[in-house]
Design a protein around this ligand. Structure first.
Ligand code: M6R
Length: 602
């Protein structure tokens, strides 16, 4: 939610900031802006509604600059508009600020300090920059002290980058809850919400912690806490491959990421195998999990949907009861916990604020927590006792695809290793089975043209749709429905097939698309019965069935995989159906309306 960049050095800051913002567009894309200071120390502010491409149109290329800050926005306070786009400035124009996060007490701060100041936007961010100016100008504090005093006064989440026109060779930086990194270069330094934004200029990054303030010049990065104690911290090398973050020949990242899934399965197997070719997970994690009496999986959106499959895997392979919870509910509505709970936070980004607030609480309660994430060094990874990485490579499309299947694969490996160390007998050879899954995924992604036809026939003009299934297929139906609605805007429900007749079947009318997932022998007959029921009421049904339960006339047949791993296969055609439906409807597949990839507000 919102992306921040900053550059200070000897190169063309404008282009580096714009390219960095393009890489961060996944974090928000309703408006954007940059502030650069030219060689005569004059500040220039450019803002535009819409994408970075629109911002590029209004940036004056004549201005030469080697320092500045930039922002791409996902609106929280105030509609997307030039007025509300960042950077925001103090009335005098001296201070300029970009912000990611939400300031909870901005109204109270504004009432207490800024009554004489005319605010020109609807944002909480403008209050921050005006407050810094107030402390600097009314209380005659240095910029650093004014910045610190403002931070102490504010409540909420923030990543901030500030410039002072009277001291233009410094970028002031601070964070609380929202992510922010400093990148180190030769004769320059950078600021960014995600290493991806600046990987083209450096791979050396310094992590920041909440409560720290940093002054960044082209030569130095000085970190201190609010009491003024200096903090030394080594840079780490970001292991990001530039190819991973380029679209290459693909029209959209989503299709690239769907296609990458077989390779991701193999990469995960490689990462979790020891030199003897056995699956291995850090023994402290497995022992802690074994000592627990219940697993609580906490997650949002697609990760939550993966969590339900994880529950089946953990219960089947380890015999440990497992619950799945939405982060946004769990924090405020905590269920009665057992004596020895073990928490698993599933989060692709590792930055989701709803999940983080639960982790803060479980940490306070002293319960063990494992974050399963795609982003090394992310907030939830740093703050949980344990981390397992997805090794899926950066996922840039807002619609999550490869992270979903990677989460399931890592949970499967975890469950298998824990079950084995518990001495439970199992018929699953996970390395072999995940290998079969990877091959099966390949055959489906090779069948794109047919899935494009199905999308055109079934979904291109409908206003609503249903995915139905039972057991594992129900969990995949929930994910398939989320994927379809978020990028095609077709109102879709993922429904337990047997539950339709208890009310929702009233919505089925002539032509309503009902997509049924059928992979499990013992329940296939029942789901087929449910398909008959909707057909009798006019539904336009499409059956996606696994080889062992497929019948003539089914629209899509899935390659056979182990019963515990069917979601890894059955989800692939649903991802492609969503992709092509969105494409046919002329939507921006990677950047659906109203959304952002990384949801760092509660
Ligand atoms: O980064 P996270 O996995 O914690 O994100 C949670 C959800 O916001 C995310 O899974 C979202 O539902 C997907 N991008 C939808 O495709």
């Amino acid at each position: 939610m919102c992306g921040i960049v900053g550059f200070i050095g000897n190169q063309d800051a404008k282009e580096i900031l714009l390219q960095g913002l393009e890489k961060l567009e996944y974090r928000g894309y309703d408006s954007a802006g940059i502030y650069i200071i030219d060689e005569a120390n004059k500040g220039h502010l450019f803002k535009e509604k819409g994408r970075i491409a629109a911002l590029r149109e209004v940036v004056n290329n004549e201005v030469a600059s080697s320092k500045g800050i930039g922002h791409t926005r996902w609106a929280t306070h105030g509609v997307p508009s030039v007025r509300n786009a960042h950077p925001h400035q103090s009335t005098s124009g001296r201070f300029t600020l970009v912000h990611n996060g939400v300031i909870e007490n901005y109204q109270a701060v504004s009432d207490a300090y800024l009554s004489g100041i005319e605010l020109v936007s609807d944002t909480d961010t403008e209050v921050i920059v005006q407050l810094i100016a107030w402390f600097a100008e009314q209380e005659e504090l240095s910029t650093l002290d004014a910045f610190k005093k403002a931070i102490v006064t504010l409540k909420g989440s923030y990543a901030l980058a500030l410039m002072d026109a009277e001291n233009p060779d410094v970028i002031y930086v601070a964070k609380n809850k929202s992510p922010l990194l400093i990148g180190k270069g030769e004769d320059f330094n950078v600021v960014c919400s995600d290493a991806m934004a600046m990987i083209q200029v450096t791979n050396q990054f310094v992590e920041l912690m909440d409560g720290e303030v940093v002054t960044v010049t082209k030569e130095q990065i000085e970190i201190e806490n609010l009491a003024g104690d200096k903090i030394e911290r080594e840079a780490y090398t970001a292991e990001l491959d530039l190819n991973d973050i380029e679209k290459g020949t693909y029209a959209y990242y989503m299709l690239k990421e769907i296609d990458e899934q077989p390779a991701v399965m193999r990469k995960i197997l490689q990462h979790y195998q020891n030199t003897e070719g056995q699956l291995e997970i850090d023994s402290v994690i497995t022992e802690t999990l074994l000592a627990s009496d219940r697993v609580y999986i906490v997650a949002c959106g697609t990760s939550y949907n993966a969590g339900w499959v994880g529950k089946q895997l953990i219960e089947n392979l380890t015999n440990i009861p497992t619950e799945v919870h939405l982060s946004s509910e769990f924090g405020y509505n905590m269920p009665l916990l057992t004596e020895k709970p073990f928490f698993i936070f599933l989060t692709q980004s590792g930055e989701t604020a709803d999940s983080r607030q639960v982790l803060v609480k479980t940490n306070e309660l002293g319960h063990p927590a494992l974050t399963i994430t795609n982003v090394q060094g992310s907030t939830l990874s740093r703050e949980a006792q344990f981390t397992l990485l997805l090794h899926a490579g950066p996922e840039i499309a807002v619609a999550s695809t490869k992270a979903y299947t990677a989460q399931i694969a890592v949970l499967a490996i975890l469950a298998e290793v824990v079950g084995k160390s518990k001495g439970l007998a199992s018929d699953v050879d996970m390395i072999h089975e995940l290998g079969i899954v990877a091959a099966g995924m390949e055959t489906i992604v090779d069948n794109k043209e047919y899935l494009e036809e199905l999308a055109a026939n079934y979904l291109s003009i409908s206003r609503n749709a249903f995915y139905i299934g039972r057991g594992m297929d129900y969990y995949v139906a929930m994910e398939a429905a989320l994927k379809l609605k978020e990028i095609s805007y077709v109102q879709t429900e993922g429904f337990a097939a047997g539950e339709l007749k208890h009310g929702t079947i009233a919505l089925i009318e002539e032509g309503t698309p009902v997509l049924a997932l059928i992979t499990e022998e013992s329940i296939a007959g029942h789901t087929r019965g449910n398909v008959e029921e909707v057909n009798s009421r006019g539904a336009h049904s499409l059956v996606i069935a696994m080889e062992n339960v497929a019948r003539e006339g089914d629209q899509f047949v899935l390659p056979q995989v182990h019963a515990l791993l069917t979601p890894l296969i059955s989800v692939i055609p649903t991802q492609l159906l969503s992709y092509y439906t969105s494409l046919h409807r002329g939507n921006d597949v990677d950047k659906p309306r109203n959304l952002a990839k990384s949801v760092t507000v509660e």
